[in-house]
Design a binder for this molecule. Sequence first.
Ligand code: 13P
Ligand code: SF4
Length: 360
Amino acid sequence: MRASATVPVIPVVKVPDTAEVLARIPPLTDSARGEIIARIKRLLRDRDAVLVAHYYVHEDLQMIAEETGGFVSDSLEMARFGHEHPAKTLVVAGVRFMGETAKILNPEKRVLMVDSGAECSLDLECPADRFIPFCDAYPDHTVVVYSNTSAEVKARADWVVTSGIAVRLVKYLKDRGERILWAPDRHLGAYVQQVSGADMVLWPGACVVHEAFKAQALAELKGRHPEAAVLAHPESPASVLELADVVGSTTQLIDAARRLPQQTLIVATDNGIFHKMRQAAPDKLLIEAPTAGAGATCRSCAHCPWMAMNDLQGLARVLEHGTNEIQVVEDVRVKALRATARMLDFARSGQPAAVKVPAA
Ligand code: 13P
Ligand code: SF4
């Protein structure tokens, strides 16, 4: 029954407002902040735990991860680091799919989330009970899913990818003559399709943060800063990517900020990345790509509401009480491991390169 499955209906996702999420986090005085950071560091040591953080979470959490032997990175490197680190407990400062990926790869470890409500719109828009029949309608397609999915969706996939290796993997599959069913991000999927020339069927999900970047307002901003380079994450709409000088994963964008000759950079991704980007390129002027302008609809306004849920008090609580533990049903985990481990093996076989880079 291919006809009915060709246009999947995705659920309507309730997206929290980032400003409201941040307003709910109790403010800390300088001395309370210092005390809680010291307590977290002590607890990480005492509990044989390591903190793995995404670039989009608050800079305090990034700083603690780095000062305690943990790691701050994109979703691919988070998975790799957590897998290779010997600690018995992994604490994930990020969103649920990152914690589930850690559990899929490390069943013997305890994986804790700083906030159990930290979701991802891509994951929520691709529930397994709708996705599996869609795949069944394309039995001759290779199923490639973005890491921003549930363990159940990964269990149905042939491959898991992150934005850091998506183009490289799809080109490899295309060269083997494979047709691809891609999920869940339609913008990343369309970009990969355009760059690779692969035959792809796309699930119609989107990231609420990146989808809100506005091409017209970006073009106007570029007009006011003709000297600037534009860096964009490939979850952004095609009209935004067309204006970009570099398109890549969060790590690739930070690398580009460091090595590009331009002193002014316009950045179309979650503004949590600015903490690391400022460290990588301290002398450069970083400007947020606009989410306002004609047709503005942003609720996140360039900061993911679910990433914003990760805070110091939450981190201290999970370390203290061992709450927010990620569980993945074992037969789902085993199936999801196949496609996830393949991603790490594929990534290891060469360096993921930024995809669209200006001529030197
Ligand atoms: P990266 O893998 O590029 O870090 O992206 C993860 C993500 O959720 C971006 O919105
Ligand atoms: Fe998901 Fe977008 Fe948030 Fe990343 S920024 S976790 S893709 S909703």
